[in-house]
Every structure is written in structure tokens, then in C-alpha cells.
Design a protein around this ligand. Structure first.
Ligand code: ATP
Ligand code: MG
Length: 591
């Protein structure tokens, strides 16, 4: 049945919603696809449901194609399984926790490894039952710190999550490869440019993991590419340890450097008061900056961490977060300084940093700090720095950490040229989980020799509501959305214009004949609305083909308009079904 604008539950808005930042988000709200209920919580209106249904159908088809079976777990879950894996506490503030009337702890599922694992354990016991792949398309709940960009990062959102179960590594690899192929088909069908990048497997362990990122300036993820085809999320890049260099610096010496608590002021003072013998200018890269952050562990304990890195680089918050997970990172505040009197703010150096030094603060160095290299760094005394402090000779650290920002033009870790940076929206994540969850929850089966083996799992996610958001951001112009054909809420938007009742009768007939061939129609049959408003709404809503039934009827003509290119052409009414069928079979002009 055609969606009729006269009865459709829809009010398009002329003004941008105040809380929307991204163009696609604004248009999704203005065109009546979604409406915000609370930060990161959205209602899906009829047009939105159509689009969401198309996206879900693509995901479902491709999962079923690889033999994965659909299930649906509750979103409301008991605490115990999440205690067994440690995630009840590890999830920290991200988890929505609640209690039932008897006081039992429950949660709203942020992801479902535990539940899938336990259900397979309930029902299966032999290697003969495996391999198995299951998926669901279901609401997830995460109390995101920065719900932004509307449905791109929700606190309630829909994810397709799947899980594979195998008796050995080879089986897991096969399941992983099948999911990778399915994801390639899914994201090809979504029609946006995407990259597959090496991902950080974070606290979950070091197994293979890749992300599918939609290439977009609005993305929250930064990824790199080099000339050899290597692509990685910046979170996952391992900068190689700089090889040891020969010590050329003389003995370290402390110098007064008053009023130089920042790298900029320090460099200026060094060049003015402490010029180098060889005449080279001091730069920020000659200084070793020591950044202190506060880690907050899942059990609430707080532990400072010091990171030493070249002064011309910042700590990358996202790289740091994944390295210290499940701990969270907070600022080291004034009150924290008060409990560490040996830290001279603005002049902190390796003299006091390290588990065996006076602060007992763990001290980790950026891998670019070579053994043998000389640095200017804080002398742990206000207004003083130490020059020619050599790593390995004059100071050591407790280890290294991959947390410095990655920059365009940095050498690629593969050795092939330099890195190029771009931004992306994480659309999917495939991950060889291994035995971590099966171990924690006791998912074992008997193998061929009657021996109990722990099942090895894969975990695979696609952001379904996020996909709608990402597709919208990638398919729009100044006046509205322009959906790819396979995602659009309808195949064609038929607009009846004019006051003449005859036009509406004819349009009605055309709509019926189109529908008879299976074409999905959005029909603007409103009588008291001006043609101008109808065209504006059609452009805003973004069905890729618009059919105008109006004045031309007198000559037996209607007008077909391509929303993306703006091209119009007159078509004889009698040919309309054939013309529209041909038009919507055309490949998308965006692809
Ligand atoms: P992100 O880094 O963007 O927070 P994530 O690493 O937490 O994502 P996963 O836990 O791997 O994501 O979830 C699988 C997929 O679910 C993601 O690839 C993404 O497409 C989607 N997703 C995750 N969080 C959200 C959210 N808050 N809103 C909408 N979709 C999300
Ligand atoms: Mg997340």
C-alpha cells in the first residue's frame, strides 16, 4: 500500500532542530524520519521505519547467506553472567544498571557475548554440534559519555550482533572469513565508501580484529593508510620502538628556566638563554614532555600514570583509552597535585617519575624515545629544566606506551612510505574473541577423542541505526536527503499538483498501476497543500525519483525528476510504468 502524505504520520520542519550538529542528522529530523526523546534516545517515525527496515533486511539477508541463524535475546538481563566475565564492573559508567522489585541487579544489554555463550552451553555438548553461527538484530543500551550526531551514537541503538562457535582455531578463522565476506557485501550494498582497518582488540586480548569504517569527515575514528594498502585505526597502530642511538650528548646539567611551564615558553627561553653549541635552534621536538593522567579502575581505585613523549606531540585520548582499558582516563587535577608534592607542575621530569622513584607513579615512554637520545625535560624544581638528559644513561622508565598522536606524514609501521590520515564512522567490527568468554562461562564440548575442549568464539557487530545515520550523512544536499535506491523509504515519490480533481483521479490511477508491478510509492495526495510545499517536502524527504502529475496531463504527459541530478523529463502517461521501472532499475548515480 502506498504511503499517502494526506494521512502519513509526518510533519516536516522548515527549521533545523537546535540540538543537531551534522547535516544528515538535521535532515533526518526535519524530514520526519526520527525524533529525539532524550540525548541519544530516538523515536522512529513511519518514514524512518521504512528506511530502517531496508537496512535491516540487507543485514539479515547477508547473515543468512553465510548460514547464520537469527535469534533474539532479551535486552533486559540478569547480572550474574556479566559478573562471571567481569563486565558488570568493567563496563563502568557505560552500563545501564537497574534493580527489579526484589532488589535483584539487572542490566540493559550493551552487547550479548555472555548470553549467547550460555545458551549454546545449555543446548550443545559435542563437537558434532559445531560449527554454529547465530545472530540477532536488537536494541543495545550504552550510557555513552558523548551521545552525538543523533542516531550515529545513541544510548539506545540497534545492532546486529553475531557470534560464531567452533572447536578449534581453523574453524574460527573460517567463520571470521565468512563474516568478513558477508560484511563486504553488506557495506557494498549500503553504497558508501568504506575501508577495512586493523582494529585494536583492546582489553579483550590480542586476536585478529578488523573494523569497517565509512569514510566520512564526520567520523569519530581516525584511520591511516599507506601506499602498500595497509589501513589501520589509529588506536591499533603500533609505532615501532626507535632503535638505540649512540650517546653524543655531554653530561646532563640543570639550568634555570624561569616562567617556562609550557613547551612554547621553554623553547623560546632555551633559544634565548641557552643556545646550542652547534648553532641548531631548539624545537619542541627536543623536549621530553611528561603528561600525568589519572586512571580510574573499574573497582573505583584511582592510579596516576605518567607518559613521556616528545614535546611536539600530544597524547591521543582515544589511543590512550584503549591502551589502559578497562580503566578510564581522567584529568590529573589540582587536588591530585596536592597529594604529590614532589611533582613540580610545569617542570615534571623523570627524576621523580617511575614506580621506584619518589612519586611511585608508573612512567611509560613513547616508543620514539630512543635509548641513547638526549632531551630537555623538567628538573622537578619550579623554573628549572635539565638539558642533555639521556635515556638509558640518566633515566629509565617502567615501559613504553602507544598513546602519542599519529600524524599525517609519519613513517608507516609497515616500512612502506608515509601515513595518510582520514576520518571514518565505525560501521562494523569483526573480532576473533577466542576462548575468553567460553572459558569464563564454562562453554566446553567433547571433541572427537571424548576430551572436553573450550569452544572458541568470534563476535561480529554492525551498527544498524548508525548505518541509517551514516548513509544519510553521505547522501544529501542543501535542500534535503537523497537516498540510495535500495535504502529509500519508497521507490518513487508521486506528487499530484493543482486544484483539478481530475489530476488526483489520474494520479491515483498511476499509483495503483505502479504498485501493481511491485513498485513502492510515496504518494503526495494532499489536496489543500500548494505545489511549492509539496516539491519542498519531496526534496527534503529524498526519495530518488519524483513523478509530478499536474498540468502536463492535458497533453498526456507527466514529469519524471531525478532527485540527485535534478534532471527532469516529460514522459507520456501511457508509458509511465515502463519508464519508472527502467528508471529505478538504473544504477544509483551516487555509486
Ligand atoms: P565506538 O568505538 O563507535 O563506540 P564500539 O567499538 O563501542 O564503537 P562495538 O562494541 O564493536 O562498537 O559495537 C559494534 C557496532 O555497533 C559498532 O561497529 C557500531 O557500528 C555500533 N555501535 C556501537 N556503539 C554505538 C552507539 N552508541 N550508537 C549506535 N551504534 C553503535
Ligand atoms: Mg563504544
Amino acid at each position: 500500500m502506498a504511503l499517502r502524505m494526506s494521512t502519513l504520520f509526518l510533519r516536516t520542519l522548515r527549521e533545523d532542530p537546535a540540538d543537531a550538529e551534522l547535516p544528515g542528522h538535521k535532515l533526518l529530523v526535519r524530514a520526519g524520519y526520527v525524533r529525539r526523546v532524550a540525548p541519544g534516545v530516538y523515536t522512529w517515525l513511519p518514514l524512518g521505519m521504512k528506511v530502517l527496515g531496508k537496512v535491516e533486511a540487507i543485514v539479515r539477508e547477508e547473515m543468512e547467506r553465510i548460514g547464520s541463524q537469527e535469534v533474539k535475546f532479551p535486552a533486559l538481563l540478569p547480572r550474574e553472567p556479566y559478573d562471571a566475565t567481569g563486565r558488570w564492573s568493567e563496563y563502568g559508567d557505560l552500563l545501564f544498571r537497574l534493580q527489579d522489585r526484589k532488589g535483584a541487579d539487572m542490566l540493559l544489554g550493551p552487547t550479548h557475548e555472555e548470553m549467547f555463550c550460555l545458551t549454546v552451553k545449555d543446548l550443545y555438548s559435542s563437537y558434532k554440534d559445531l560449527p554454529l553461527a547465530l545472530f540477532q538484530i536488537q536494541n543495545k543500551y550504552r550510557d555513552e559519555a558523548r551521545p552525538r550526531a543523533g542516531i550515529l551514537r545513541g544510548r539506545e541503538f540497534i545492532m546486529k550482533d553475531s557470534y560464531s562457535f567452533d572447536v578449534n582455531e581453523a574453524g574460527l578463522q573460517k567463520a571470521y572469513d565468512a563474516h568478513r565476506e558477508a560484511y563486504i557485501r553488506i557495506f557494498d550494498r549500503f553504497g558508501f565508501e568504506y575501508v577495512i582497518v586493523k582494529a585494536d582488540s583492546g582489553a579483550m586480548g590480542g586476536s585478529a580484529s578488523e573494523e569497517f569504517l565509512a569514510v566520512s569527515p564526520h567520523g569519530e575514528d581516525t584511520f591511516v593508510r599507506d601506499d602498500s594498502g595497509y589501513a589501520a585505526n589509529v588506536e591499533a597502530i603500533e609505532v615501532p620502538q626507535a632503535p638505540e642511538v649512540e650517546v653524543t650528548a655531554g653530561p646532563a646539567h640543570v639550568e634555570p628556566t624561569p616562567d617556562t611551564p609550557t613547551i612554547e615558553t621553554l623553547v623560546a627561553a632555551l633559544n634565548k638563554d641557552h643556545p646550542r653549541a652547534d648553532g641548531r635552534e631548539w624545537t619542541a621536538a627536543d623536549s621530553l614532555k611528561n603528561v600525568i593522567v589519572m586512571l580510574v579502575h573499574p573497582d573505583g581505585t584511582r592510579e596516576p600514570l605518567a607518559i613521556g613523549l616528545p614535546g611536539d606531540r600530544e597524547v591521543d585520548a582515544k589511543r590512550l583509552e584503549v591502551k589502559v582499558a578497562p580503566a578510564e582516563v581522567e584529568a590529573f587535577e589540582e587536588k591530585d597535585f596536592a597529594s604529590y608534592p614532589m611533582l613540580a607542575k610545569g617542570y615534571i621530569g623523570p627524576g621523580v617519575l617511575g614506580e621506584s622513584k619518589s612519586s611511585h607513579i608508573k612512567y611509560l615512554l613513547d616508543p620514539s624515545v630512543a635509548v641513547g637520545s638526549a632531551w630537555v625535560t623538567g628538573a622537578d624544581e619550579h623554573g628549572h629544566h635539565v638539558i642533555d638528559l639521556v635515556h638509558g644513561r640518566d633515566f629509565t622508565a617502567d615501559g613504553t606506551i602507544q598513546a602519542a598522536e599519529i600524524r599525517e606524514g609519519d613513517a608507516s609501521p609497515t616500512g612502506h612510505g608515509t601515513l595518510k590520515l582520514a576520518r571514518g564512522i565505525e560501521m562494523g567490527h569483526i573480532f576473533q574473541l577466542g576462548t575468553k568468554y567460553a572459558e569464563a562461562l564454562g562453554l566446553k564440548v567433547l571433541d572427537e577423542n571424548g576430551k572436553l575442549v573450550t569452544v572458541t568464539m568470534g563476535s561480529y557487530g554492525v551498527g544498524v541505526t548508525r548505518a541509517v545515520g551514516a548513509i544519510a550523512e553521505d547522501n544529501l544536499d542543501d535542500i534535503g536527503l537523497i537516498w540510495p535506491r535500495n535504502i529509500a523509504p519508497a521507490d518513487i515519490h508521486v506528487v499530484a499538483t493543482g486544484k483539478d480533481e481530475e489530476v488526483f483521479v489520474k494520479a491515483e490511477e498511476i499509483v495503483r498501476s505502479l504498485e501493481a508491478t511491485g513498485i513502492e510509492v510515496l504518494f503526495d495526495d494532499r489536496r489543500k497543500v500548494s505545489p511549492g510545499v509539496k516539491f519542498k517536502d519531496a526534496e527534503l524527504i529524498g526519495v530518488p525519483t519524483i513523478l509530478v502529475v499536474g498540468r502536463g496531463l492535458a497533453d498526456g504527459k507527466v514529469e519524471l525528476k531525478d532527485r540527485r541530478s535534478g534532471e527532469r523529463r516529460e514522459v507520456p502517461v501511457d508509458d509511465i510504468v515502463a519508464e519508472v521501472t527502467a528508471e529505478i532499475a538504473e544504477p544509483d548515480s551516487n555509486l
